[in-house]
Design a protein around this ligand. Sequence first.
Ligand SMILES: [Fe+2]
Length: 441
Amino acid sequence: MNSKKINCLKGDDEINNIEFIVATDLHYISPKADVEGELIEICQAKGDLKQMKYSSQIIDALIDEVIKHKPNGGLIICGDLTYNGEMVSHVDLMKKLQRIIDKGINIYVVPGNHDIKNYNAYKYKGAQRIPIKSVSPKMFKQIYYDCGYKKAIYKDEHSISYIAKISDDLWLAMLDTNLYQNNNWKNPVAIKGELSDSTYEWLEEHLKEAKEKDIKVIAVTHHSLVDHNDLLNKGYTLEDNQRLVELYAKYDVILNLSGHLHIQHIKPGYSKTVKNRKIYDIATSSLVVCRNQYAVLKYEPQKSIYYKTRILDVSRWAFEKGILDNNLLHFNYYSYNYAYSQTYKKIYFELLRRNLSEYEAKMMSSTLSKLNPAFFSGTVVEIYRIIEVSDNYKVWSLVSDIFYHKYIDSIMKEKKYDHNTLRLSLREDDGSFGDVIWNKK
Ligand SMILES: [Fe+2]
């Protein structure tokens, strides 16, 4: 067999390109844990952007999309599969994912900080919140055995990281960056993440092997490789992240896929040891947050890696299923309005406490409520001009000391970038390896 041919594909072995679907932060909760939909009310009341009311349908729509698209590389999930690591949610989610595996499509998962040993795992029933079982790392591996662990060519002994062989010239490094070991009733869920020295050693050994054999590696972590936003980085960016940037740079890893932030954002990390080397981190937005995106990642050997998001077509899915729920049938509209109104109610009452008139508070809330869904879906570039010239935006100068003012500034700062598309060169013959190809078509 030609060494460059894919040995994992089922079907047309003439095609060397490999496609993946990337989705993250599904935050699924089983009806066994959210018995009467109480959690939905709780999330709505606290202004959470996650659409818990429809998370099950959104995930089913994604699964049908994956089956329809049949990506020959498989589905990659960058962690936070469950709401708060409930064992019943993991088990029920796996039952849903099984439909993909039954169609011969591979799945590769890494855990997120919410998934393992989470002391916030509760069963919600009426006014009651009853602690229920979460999962250990060993149980996580067992439940998702068919989602990467079974076919892994290397497994880390010190974490549940693994390496999956996709083809003769492409591996995925699926890294467990979570710090669940120290979770307890007082600190129920660690937000921050890091890789241990032992995992670094394990990873380096295999990245070295990959480089020697001219195998490309795409890495996947739950935590961000770089700071994506001035305010949202503590706990989100991996601790000592430059160490991983340098390791990737040394072994020619040019792309890391992450989740955790729930926003859609692309940013490079810069190596200080390998000249002109950038490593891109793509934070894919949460599937259950407006615009309910996933991404298609295409690996074209010797040529490029291409990443492009798509909006999950929940409306079409609901129509095809004969579902009569109007929110599902007009899901883009519902989803945007949900994000808008959740942001609005969170900010409006805080502004009223600031001695602002009701009129001013309304103007300011409306600006942020438009900007926030755009920030989460990586589309600020599409609306920033309208925001900038609006009177509503100018009113924000009245309260420069408030967190949300800094938040808006941090979003507007990166207004001109497209965070939904990236094409990186894999060509070594012209010296462009690792560079962005600006003609993204
Ligand atoms: Fe998450």
